[in-house]
Design a protein around this ligand. Structure first.
Ligand code: GDP
Length: 374
Protein backbone atom coordinates (compact mmCIF):
# COMPACT_ATOMS: atom_id res chain seq x y z
CA UNK A 1 0.00 0.00 0.00
CA UNK A 2 1.21 3.55 -0.71
CA UNK A 3 2.43 5.77 2.15
CA UNK A 4 -0.58 7.13 4.02
CA UNK A 5 -1.34 10.66 2.99
CA UNK A 6 -3.32 12.06 5.87
CA UNK A 7 -3.33 15.74 5.14
CA UNK A 8 -4.24 16.12 1.49
CA UNK A 9 -7.87 17.15 0.99
CA UNK A 10 -9.79 14.84 -1.32
CA UNK A 11 -7.45 11.89 -0.77
CA UNK A 12 -7.94 8.70 1.21
CA UNK A 13 -6.20 8.78 4.59
CA UNK A 14 -5.35 5.08 4.19
CA UNK A 15 -3.88 4.67 0.71
CA UNK A 16 -3.61 8.24 -0.53
CA UNK A 17 -5.61 7.83 -3.75
CA UNK A 18 -7.99 10.58 -4.84
CA UNK A 19 -11.46 9.76 -3.55
CA UNK A 20 -14.56 9.68 -5.73
CA UNK A 21 -18.16 8.63 -5.24
CA UNK A 22 -19.22 7.90 -8.83
CA UNK A 23 -17.75 4.50 -9.61
CA UNK A 24 -18.06 1.74 -7.01
CA UNK A 25 -15.74 -0.54 -8.90
CA UNK A 26 -12.91 1.99 -9.22
CA UNK A 27 -10.14 2.99 -6.85
CA UNK A 28 -10.87 5.56 -4.17
CA UNK A 29 -14.61 4.91 -4.00
CA UNK A 30 -16.35 6.48 -1.03
CA UNK A 31 -20.15 6.34 -0.71
CA UNK A 32 -21.55 9.87 -1.11
CA UNK A 33 -22.90 9.71 2.45
CA UNK A 34 -19.37 9.24 3.81
CA UNK A 35 -17.66 11.96 1.76
CA UNK A 36 -18.06 14.54 4.52
CA UNK A 37 -16.43 12.39 7.22
CA UNK A 38 -12.96 13.31 8.44
CA UNK A 39 -10.52 11.64 8.15
CA UNK A 40 -11.83 10.47 4.82
CA UNK A 41 -11.19 6.82 4.01
CA UNK A 42 -11.97 4.88 0.83
CA UNK A 43 -14.21 1.84 1.05
CA UNK A 44 -11.39 -0.56 0.26
CA UNK A 45 -9.19 0.75 3.11
CA UNK A 46 -12.19 0.82 5.42
CA UNK A 47 -12.72 -2.86 4.73
CA UNK A 48 -9.10 -3.78 5.27
CA UNK A 49 -9.04 -1.92 8.55
CA UNK A 50 -12.28 -3.46 9.69
CA UNK A 51 -11.25 -6.86 8.51
CA UNK A 52 -7.86 -6.84 10.22
CA UNK A 53 -9.39 -5.83 13.49
CA UNK A 54 -11.91 -8.60 13.24
CA UNK A 55 -9.51 -11.42 12.52
CA UNK A 56 -7.32 -11.33 15.58
CA UNK A 57 -8.84 -14.21 17.57
CA UNK A 58 -7.24 -17.65 17.35
CA UNK A 59 -9.26 -20.72 18.19
CA UNK A 60 -8.47 -23.76 20.27
CA UNK A 61 -8.01 -27.04 18.40
CA UNK A 62 -11.29 -28.60 19.50
CA UNK A 63 -13.39 -25.64 18.41
CA UNK A 64 -11.49 -25.44 15.17
CA UNK A 65 -12.04 -29.11 14.32
CA UNK A 66 -15.72 -28.85 15.21
CA UNK A 67 -16.01 -25.94 12.85
CA UNK A 68 -14.22 -27.87 10.07
CA UNK A 69 -16.63 -30.72 10.64
CA UNK A 70 -19.53 -28.32 10.13
CA UNK A 71 -17.96 -27.13 6.89
CA UNK A 72 -18.13 -30.79 5.86
CA UNK A 73 -21.88 -30.67 6.40
CA UNK A 74 -22.34 -27.83 3.93
CA UNK A 75 -22.15 -27.98 0.15
CA UNK A 76 -19.29 -25.59 -0.46
CA UNK A 77 -15.81 -25.15 -1.86
CA UNK A 78 -12.91 -25.23 0.60
CA UNK A 79 -9.89 -23.05 -0.06
CA UNK A 80 -6.95 -24.19 2.05
CA UNK A 81 -4.10 -21.70 2.32
CA UNK A 82 -0.60 -23.00 3.04
CA UNK A 83 2.91 -21.53 3.10
CA UNK A 84 5.55 -22.83 0.68
CA UNK A 85 8.31 -22.06 3.15
CA UNK A 86 6.62 -24.26 5.77
CA UNK A 87 4.45 -26.53 3.69
CA UNK A 88 4.06 -29.58 5.93
CA UNK A 89 3.81 -27.35 9.03
CA UNK A 90 0.95 -25.38 7.52
CA UNK A 91 -1.05 -28.24 6.03
CA UNK A 92 -4.14 -28.98 8.11
CA UNK A 93 -3.82 -32.66 8.99
CA UNK A 94 -6.96 -34.67 8.31
CA UNK A 95 -8.62 -31.81 6.43
CA UNK A 96 -10.07 -34.25 3.91
CA UNK A 97 -11.72 -36.27 6.64
CA UNK A 98 -13.39 -33.18 8.04
CA UNK A 99 -14.52 -31.57 4.83
CA UNK A 100 -15.84 -34.83 3.44
CA UNK A 101 -16.71 -34.73 -0.22
CA UNK A 102 -16.34 -30.96 -0.56
CA UNK A 103 -13.71 -30.01 -3.12
CA UNK A 104 -10.49 -28.39 -1.97
CA UNK A 105 -8.49 -25.73 -3.80
CA UNK A 106 -5.00 -25.75 -2.30
CA UNK A 107 -3.40 -22.32 -2.26
CA UNK A 108 0.33 -22.18 -1.70
CA UNK A 109 1.31 -18.69 -0.60
CA UNK A 110 4.70 -16.91 -0.30
CA UNK A 111 6.10 -18.29 -3.54
CA UNK A 112 8.06 -15.04 -3.74
CA UNK A 113 10.38 -16.65 -1.16
CA UNK A 114 11.61 -19.32 -3.57
CA UNK A 115 14.93 -18.61 -5.26
CA UNK A 116 14.59 -16.79 -8.60
CA UNK A 117 14.37 -19.17 -11.53
CA UNK A 118 12.52 -21.91 -9.58
CA UNK A 119 10.29 -23.78 -12.02
CA UNK A 120 6.63 -23.24 -10.99
CA UNK A 121 5.46 -26.42 -12.72
CA UNK A 122 7.86 -28.48 -10.70
CA UNK A 123 6.64 -26.79 -7.49
CA UNK A 124 3.00 -27.38 -8.45
CA UNK A 125 3.66 -31.08 -9.14
CA UNK A 126 5.59 -31.42 -5.92
CA UNK A 127 2.76 -29.80 -3.93
CA UNK A 128 0.16 -32.01 -5.56
CA UNK A 129 2.16 -35.13 -4.78
CA UNK A 130 2.91 -34.13 -1.18
CA UNK A 131 -0.73 -33.20 -0.55
CA UNK A 132 -1.81 -36.57 -1.89
CA UNK A 133 0.71 -38.36 0.31
CA UNK A 134 -0.81 -36.46 3.26
CA UNK A 135 -4.27 -37.69 2.29
CA UNK A 136 -5.57 -34.50 0.67
CA UNK A 137 -7.27 -34.58 -2.74
CA UNK A 138 -7.18 -31.23 -4.48
CA UNK A 139 -9.08 -29.99 -7.51
CA UNK A 140 -6.48 -27.30 -8.09
CA UNK A 141 -3.15 -26.10 -6.74
CA UNK A 142 -2.69 -22.32 -6.96
CA UNK A 143 0.74 -20.81 -6.38
CA UNK A 144 0.44 -17.23 -5.16
CA UNK A 145 2.20 -14.42 -3.41
CA UNK A 146 -0.13 -12.23 -1.39
CA UNK A 147 2.80 -9.90 -0.89
CA UNK A 148 3.54 -9.43 -4.57
CA UNK A 149 0.02 -10.00 -5.82
CA UNK A 150 1.09 -12.81 -8.14
CA UNK A 151 -1.16 -15.71 -9.06
CA UNK A 152 -4.42 -13.99 -8.07
CA UNK A 153 -6.03 -13.89 -11.48
CA UNK A 154 -5.70 -17.64 -11.78
CA UNK A 155 -6.82 -18.16 -8.18
CA UNK A 156 -10.01 -16.14 -8.68
CA UNK A 157 -10.65 -18.07 -11.90
CA UNK A 158 -10.13 -21.38 -10.11
CA UNK A 159 -12.45 -20.39 -7.27
CA UNK A 160 -15.13 -19.32 -9.75
CA UNK A 161 -14.75 -22.49 -11.75
CA UNK A 162 -15.00 -24.82 -8.78
CA UNK A 163 -17.46 -23.09 -6.48
CA UNK A 164 -20.27 -23.22 -9.04
CA UNK A 165 -22.33 -20.65 -7.18
CA UNK A 166 -21.65 -22.19 -3.76
CA UNK A 167 -20.13 -20.62 -0.64
CA UNK A 168 -16.36 -20.67 -0.25
CA UNK A 169 -14.74 -21.47 3.12
CA UNK A 170 -11.18 -20.28 3.60
CA UNK A 171 -9.10 -22.28 6.07
CA UNK A 172 -5.46 -22.17 7.09
CA UNK A 173 -2.91 -22.15 9.90
CA UNK A 174 -1.74 -18.86 11.43
CA UNK A 175 1.00 -16.90 9.67
CA UNK A 176 0.51 -18.44 6.26
CA UNK A 177 -0.61 -15.01 5.03
CA UNK A 178 -4.30 -15.72 5.19
CA UNK A 179 -5.32 -12.17 6.16
CA UNK A 180 -3.06 -10.66 3.50
CA UNK A 181 -4.57 -13.00 0.96
CA UNK A 182 -8.18 -12.46 1.97
CA UNK A 183 -7.62 -8.70 1.96
CA UNK A 184 -6.53 -8.99 -1.64
CA UNK A 185 -9.48 -11.17 -2.49
CA UNK A 186 -11.80 -8.61 -0.91
CA UNK A 187 -10.24 -5.91 -3.01
CA UNK A 188 -10.10 -7.93 -6.25
CA UNK A 189 -13.08 -10.11 -6.09
CA UNK A 190 -16.05 -9.30 -3.91
CA UNK A 191 -18.98 -7.05 -4.67
CA UNK A 192 -17.41 -3.79 -3.57
CA UNK A 193 -20.71 -2.45 -2.37
CA UNK A 194 -21.41 -5.35 -0.02
CA UNK A 195 -20.84 -5.20 3.71
CA UNK A 196 -18.21 -7.48 5.28
CA UNK A 197 -19.65 -8.91 8.49
CA UNK A 198 -18.23 -10.77 11.46
CA UNK A 199 -20.29 -13.38 13.26
CA UNK A 200 -19.45 -15.95 15.88
CA UNK A 201 -19.42 -19.58 14.98
CA UNK A 202 -22.36 -21.12 16.89
CA UNK A 203 -21.35 -22.43 20.31
CA UNK A 204 -17.75 -21.21 20.06
CA UNK A 205 -15.64 -18.09 20.37
CA UNK A 206 -14.59 -18.42 16.74
CA UNK A 207 -15.12 -15.44 14.47
CA UNK A 208 -16.26 -16.09 10.95
CA UNK A 209 -15.85 -13.27 8.50
CA UNK A 210 -18.44 -13.23 5.78
CA UNK A 211 -17.74 -11.49 2.52
CA UNK A 212 -20.84 -11.42 0.30
CA UNK A 213 -20.50 -12.06 -3.43
CA UNK A 214 -22.66 -10.75 -6.25
CA UNK A 215 -24.69 -13.92 -6.60
CA UNK A 216 -25.87 -14.11 -2.98
CA UNK A 217 -23.27 -16.64 -1.84
CA UNK A 218 -20.36 -15.77 0.45
CA UNK A 219 -16.67 -16.15 1.00
CA UNK A 220 -16.36 -17.19 4.66
CA UNK A 221 -13.01 -16.72 6.29
CA UNK A 222 -12.36 -18.92 9.32
CA UNK A 223 -9.82 -18.15 12.07
CA UNK A 224 -6.25 -19.40 11.69
CA UNK A 225 -5.33 -22.52 13.60
CA UNK A 226 -2.12 -22.46 15.69
CA UNK A 227 0.22 -25.42 15.19
CA UNK A 228 2.89 -25.70 17.84
CA UNK A 229 4.86 -28.13 15.72
CA UNK A 230 6.22 -25.08 13.91
CA UNK A 231 9.33 -23.42 15.25
CA UNK A 232 7.75 -20.08 14.35
CA UNK A 233 5.02 -20.66 16.95
CA UNK A 234 7.52 -21.57 19.68
CA UNK A 235 10.13 -18.80 19.47
CA UNK A 236 9.46 -15.48 21.19
CA UNK A 237 7.83 -13.20 18.60
CA UNK A 238 10.74 -10.76 18.43
CA UNK A 239 12.85 -13.40 16.66
CA UNK A 240 10.37 -14.10 13.89
CA UNK A 241 11.92 -11.42 11.70
CA UNK A 242 15.17 -13.42 11.69
CA UNK A 243 13.64 -16.84 11.10
CA UNK A 244 11.00 -16.03 8.52
CA UNK A 245 12.66 -14.84 5.31
CA UNK A 246 11.44 -11.59 3.78
CA UNK A 247 13.20 -11.99 0.46
CA UNK A 248 13.84 -15.01 -1.74
CA UNK A 249 15.97 -17.53 0.13
CA UNK A 250 19.55 -17.79 -1.05
CA UNK A 251 20.58 -21.43 -1.01
CA UNK A 252 23.83 -21.89 0.95
CA UNK A 253 25.80 -25.01 0.04
CA UNK A 254 28.22 -26.67 2.46
CA UNK A 255 30.71 -29.36 1.49
CA UNK A 256 30.75 -31.59 4.55
CA UNK A 257 32.73 -34.56 5.75
CA UNK A 258 31.02 -37.00 8.04
CA UNK A 259 31.22 -36.04 11.72
CA UNK A 260 30.60 -32.38 10.94
CA UNK A 261 27.74 -30.29 12.33
CA UNK A 262 25.86 -27.17 11.25
CA UNK A 263 24.16 -24.98 13.85
CA UNK A 264 21.31 -22.70 12.81
CA UNK A 265 21.75 -20.08 15.49
CA UNK A 266 20.81 -21.96 18.65
CA UNK A 267 17.51 -23.00 17.10
CA UNK A 268 18.48 -26.28 15.49
CA UNK A 269 21.44 -28.43 14.66
CA UNK A 270 22.22 -30.73 11.72
CA UNK A 271 24.79 -33.53 12.18
CA UNK A 272 26.26 -35.35 9.20
CA UNK A 273 26.82 -38.63 11.05
CA UNK A 274 27.88 -41.07 8.40
CA UNK A 275 28.58 -41.07 4.66
CA UNK A 276 31.13 -40.02 2.06
CA UNK A 277 32.14 -36.35 1.64
CA UNK A 278 29.16 -34.57 0.03
CA UNK A 279 27.31 -31.31 -0.26
CA UNK A 280 24.21 -30.13 1.61
CA UNK A 281 22.29 -27.01 0.61
CA UNK A 282 20.52 -24.99 3.30
CA UNK A 283 17.31 -23.10 2.50
CA UNK A 284 16.83 -20.90 5.54
CA UNK A 285 16.34 -17.20 6.22
CA UNK A 286 19.43 -15.21 5.18
CA UNK A 287 19.28 -13.46 8.60
CA UNK A 288 20.05 -16.72 10.35
CA UNK A 289 23.74 -17.43 11.00
CA UNK A 290 24.91 -20.94 10.17
CA UNK A 291 27.87 -22.12 12.19
CA UNK A 292 29.93 -25.16 11.18
CA UNK A 293 31.81 -27.29 13.70
CA UNK A 294 33.01 -30.83 14.38
CA UNK A 295 30.35 -33.24 15.61
CA UNK A 296 32.50 -34.23 18.58
CA UNK A 297 32.61 -30.58 19.70
CA UNK A 298 28.94 -29.76 19.02
CA UNK A 299 27.52 -30.56 22.48
CA UNK A 300 30.19 -28.54 24.26
CA UNK A 301 29.82 -25.63 21.83
CA UNK A 302 26.08 -25.51 22.41
CA UNK A 303 26.52 -25.76 26.20
CA UNK A 304 28.97 -22.88 26.32
CA UNK A 305 27.87 -20.67 23.43
CA UNK A 306 24.11 -21.03 22.92
CA UNK A 307 22.65 -17.52 23.03
CA UNK A 308 26.04 -15.91 22.34
CA UNK A 309 28.06 -17.18 19.37
CA UNK A 310 25.02 -19.27 18.46
CA UNK A 311 22.11 -16.82 18.07
CA UNK A 312 19.12 -16.41 17.90
CA UNK A 313 17.75 -16.60 20.49
CA UNK A 314 19.77 -14.54 22.94
CA UNK A 315 20.96 -16.17 26.14
CA UNK A 316 18.10 -14.89 28.28
CA UNK A 317 15.59 -16.45 25.89
CA UNK A 318 17.18 -19.88 25.44
CA UNK A 319 14.96 -21.36 28.13
CA UNK A 320 11.85 -20.07 26.40
CA UNK A 321 12.33 -22.92 23.91
CA UNK A 322 11.87 -26.61 24.75
CA UNK A 323 15.15 -28.57 24.92
CA UNK A 324 16.40 -30.23 21.73
CA UNK A 325 15.01 -33.58 20.62
CA UNK A 326 16.99 -35.71 18.15
CA UNK A 327 15.59 -37.08 14.87
CA UNK A 328 17.61 -39.54 12.80
CA UNK A 329 17.26 -39.78 9.02
CA UNK A 330 18.74 -42.19 6.49
CA UNK A 331 19.21 -40.66 3.07
CA UNK A 332 19.18 -43.40 0.44
CA UNK A 333 21.81 -43.31 -2.28
CA UNK A 334 20.62 -41.76 -5.53
CA UNK A 335 17.63 -39.90 -4.03
CA UNK A 336 16.89 -36.17 -4.00
CA UNK A 337 15.70 -35.37 -0.51
CA UNK A 338 15.15 -32.52 1.91
CA UNK A 339 15.51 -32.71 5.65
CA UNK A 340 12.79 -30.29 6.65
CA UNK A 341 12.44 -28.52 10.00
CA UNK A 342 9.03 -26.87 10.35
CA UNK A 343 9.30 -23.09 10.46
CA UNK A 344 13.07 -23.02 9.97
CA UNK A 345 13.43 -24.25 6.39
CA UNK A 346 15.13 -27.30 4.93
CA UNK A 347 18.47 -28.87 4.05
CA UNK A 348 18.72 -30.38 0.59
CA UNK A 349 20.82 -33.54 0.44
CA UNK A 350 22.41 -34.41 -2.87
CA UNK A 351 23.03 -37.90 -1.56
CA UNK A 352 24.77 -39.63 -4.47
CA UNK A 353 26.16 -42.07 -1.96
CA UNK A 354 23.64 -41.91 0.85
CA UNK A 355 24.07 -40.58 4.38
CA UNK A 356 22.90 -40.80 7.96
CA UNK A 357 22.06 -37.44 9.52
CA UNK A 358 20.64 -36.27 12.83
CA UNK A 359 18.53 -33.17 13.36
CA UNK A 360 18.30 -31.61 16.82
CA UNK A 361 15.37 -29.23 17.12
CA UNK A 362 13.25 -27.96 20.03
CA UNK A 363 11.05 -30.80 21.24
CA UNK A 364 7.71 -30.80 19.47
CA UNK A 365 8.98 -29.16 16.28
CA UNK A 366 8.21 -31.29 13.25
CA UNK A 367 11.30 -32.62 11.42
CA UNK A 368 10.84 -34.95 8.46
CA UNK A 369 12.56 -36.28 5.37
CA UNK A 370 10.75 -35.61 2.09
CA UNK A 371 11.27 -35.52 -1.66
CA UNK A 372 13.31 -32.45 -2.56
CA UNK A 373 11.22 -29.36 -3.28
CA UNK A 374 13.91 -27.71 -5.40
P1 GDP B 1 -2.23 -14.91 8.80
O1 GDP B 1 -1.83 -15.13 10.21
O2 GDP B 1 -2.27 -16.19 8.05
O3 GDP B 1 -3.48 -14.12 8.64
O4 GDP B 1 -1.06 -14.14 8.09
P2 GDP B 1 -0.76 -12.61 7.78
O5 GDP B 1 -1.50 -12.17 6.57
O6 GDP B 1 -0.89 -11.80 9.02
O7 GDP B 1 0.75 -12.77 7.37
C1 GDP B 1 1.70 -13.41 8.20
C2 GDP B 1 3.08 -12.97 7.81
O8 GDP B 1 3.39 -13.46 6.51
C3 GDP B 1 3.24 -11.45 7.73
O9 GDP B 1 4.52 -11.12 8.21
C4 GDP B 1 3.13 -11.16 6.25
O10 GDP B 1 3.85 -10.01 5.88
C5 GDP B 1 3.75 -12.40 5.65
N1 GDP B 1 3.22 -12.69 4.31
C6 GDP B 1 1.93 -12.78 3.94
N2 GDP B 1 1.83 -13.08 2.63
C7 GDP B 1 3.09 -13.18 2.16
C8 GDP B 1 3.66 -13.48 0.88
O11 GDP B 1 3.01 -13.72 -0.13
N3 GDP B 1 5.03 -13.53 0.83
C9 GDP B 1 5.82 -13.27 1.89
N4 GDP B 1 7.14 -13.32 1.73
N5 GDP B 1 5.31 -12.99 3.11
C10 GDP B 1 3.98 -12.94 3.24
Amino acid sequence: MAEPNRTVEGRCSGCGVAVQSENKGALGYVPASALERRPIICQRCFRMKHYNEASSVTPDQGEFLRMLNEVGNTDSLVVHITDIFDFEGSLIGGLQRFVGSNEVVLVVNKIDLLPPGTNPNRIRNWVQKRAKEEGLRTVEVALVSAKRGTGFERLVEAIEEHRRGRDVFIVGATNVGKSSLVNRLIADYSDLDAEVTVSSYPGTTLDLIRIPLDDGSNVIDTPGIVYESRLTELVPKEYLGMIVPHKPVKPATYQLDSAQTLFFGALARFDFVEGAHQSFTCYVSPSLTIHRTKLERADALYASHAGELLQPPRKEDIDALPPFAKHRFRIKPGTDTDIYISGLGWIRAHGETGAIVDVHAPKGVKAIIRDALI
